[in-house]
Ligand binder design. Structure first.
Ligand SMILES: Cc1ncc(COP(=O)(O)O)c(C=O)c1O
Length: 429
């Protein structure tokens, strides 16, 4: 079908329906699916809606004036101006990699510029790492629930999943291996959002981090540490990253199995699409080769803008974001205590953008969302898509980064009202 259409000049109007394209798609694309919830949430710009759904940074916090000033300075600069619009090296803009080396040093990881590859957001890092480590039918160890974008990235490599468990009832190494072999592959990586996770808001306790390092050693697999929310810490001492912990154990990044993924999306601006991988050189070298085949390099202008912003104002920018999100988190937790205590339990996060709610009634939060949108003009994200299997459907994620402070309490009140008037559209367990 495709061949014939492509040769004929009318293919744009006579484009075959999706089903007709199916035989042309590689098998791995069958593992990449559109989300039904995304469709439900298309109404988020409806007037009067209060939305806890958008798991994205608040645009009011983007340092737009500073970015505009830096853009103009780069444009006028004799060397930087042309370079900003030219192809560049795959590993990333040298000064930015240098800044990241210092930043990793401040986290206790001594490394050099060759341990860093700049990526197009940390999402690209997840994709590149999936490409590097996951053979078809291999098993990735992930939390239940975990970041949906990681599942989406890994799914493309025809990956199976097993539950990453570092608690007292954890499976043995032999069990993990046997289960993976039963699925036709090996255990090839463990993925963890170590701080203020998306979607649960939780942080991996120190003792569990140690066990995770032990597990990766015993299984001889890398740990992909997704540190997307590491800068957004609101109470007490921040946790030590898994990479920093392993660095303490081994004394050199070259001996570490943790591959750290950082990003400027949550602290500066996600639209610039700048993140990074920090890992042993054996890994970064290979990642650079793979990235070359993917996008040659991350946008030169974006990298320069990020560099100019963070070298001058990273601490101030993070402090500004933290102050706003901390206040919103407090208002949300307060409202949950006021309106939802008899209906649900939740995780009070020490940072990040999310509160994870488990309803006491075993109702499907996707069905509840339909009702919430219809009857109370309120939105959230149902929990099911964050599970690789056997979803706990009575869960939902509330994001507090976007809703106005003044509407958060009303939003939670509406959620409670939705719950009290909710009747399932079909019977549930
Ligand atoms: C846990 C986690 N990792 C990675 C990402 C991707 O972020 P980016 O590609 O903008 O760095 C997100 C975005 O929401 C996230 O929540």
């Amino acid at each position: 079908v495709l061949g014939r259409r492509a040769r004929c000049g009318c293919q744009l109007i006579a484009m075959p329906a999706t089903a007709a394209w199916q035989p042309a798609f590689a098998d791995r694309s069958a593992h990449v699916r559109a989300s039904e919830i995304r469709d439900l949430l298309k109404v988020l710009d409806r007037p009067g809606i209060i939305s806890f759904a958008g798991g994205i940074p608040n645009p009011q916090l983007f340092p737009r004036d500073r970015i505009a000033a830096e853009l103009s300075a780069i444009q006028q600069h004799q060397a930087l101006g042309p370079a900003a619009f030219q192809y560049s090296v795959t590993e990333g803009y040298g000064p930015l990699r240098g800044w990241i080396v210092q930043h990793m040093g401040s986290l206790g990881v001594v490394c050099d510029i060759d341990n860093i590859v700049v990526t197009s957001g940390s999402q690209q890092a997840l994709d590149l790492l999936g490409k590097l480590f996951l053979q078809s039918q291999d098993t990735a160890l992930v939390a239940r629930p975990t970041y949906l974008g990681a599942l989406q990235a890994f799914n493309a490599y025809q990956t199976h999943y097993d539950t990453l468990n570092t608690g007292s009832n954890a499976p043995t190494v032999a069990t993990y291996r046997a289960r993976a072999a039963g699925r036709g592959g090996r255990v090839s990586l463990a993925y963890v959002v170590s701080e203020h996770a998306n979607p649960t808001g939780t942080t991996l306790p120190l003792e569990e981090r140690r066990k995770l390092l032990d597990l990766s050693e015993q299984l001889d697999i890398p740990i992909v540490e997704d540190a997307a929310y590491q800068g957004l810490h609101y109470d007490g001492e921040p946790a030590i990253s898994c990479l920093s912990l392993e660095f303490q154990r081994r004394g050199s990044i070259e001996a570490c199995r943790v591959v750290y993924c950082g990003t400027f999306s949550k602290t500066v601006a996600p639209g610039l699409r700048v993140g990074w991988i920090c890992a042993a050189k054996a890994v970064t070298r290979q990642i650079a080769l793979i990235k070359q085949g993917s996008d040659l390099h991350t946008g030169s202008l974006s990298q320069m803008l990020i560099y100019e912003v963070v070298r001058r104002a990273y601490a101030d920018q993070v402090a500004k974001v933290v102050a706003v999100y901390r206040r919103r988190r407090d208002i949300l937790l307060d409202a949950l205590n006021r309106y939802l205590r008899s209906d649900a339990q939740w995780t009070p996060p020490a940072g990040g953008m999310f509160v994870w709610v488990t309803l006491y009634r075993k109702i499907d939060a996707a069905d509840l969302l339909r009702s919430a949108l219809e009857t109370h003009n309120i939105a959230f994200v149902p929990g099911a898509p964050f599970y690789y299997n056997e979803a706990e459907v009575n869960t939902l994620r509330l994001s507090f980064s976007l809703p106005e402070e003044a509407s958060i309490a009303e939003g939670v009140e509406r959620l409670a009202q939705t719950l009290h008037t909710y009747k399932p559209s079909e019977p549930h367990v």
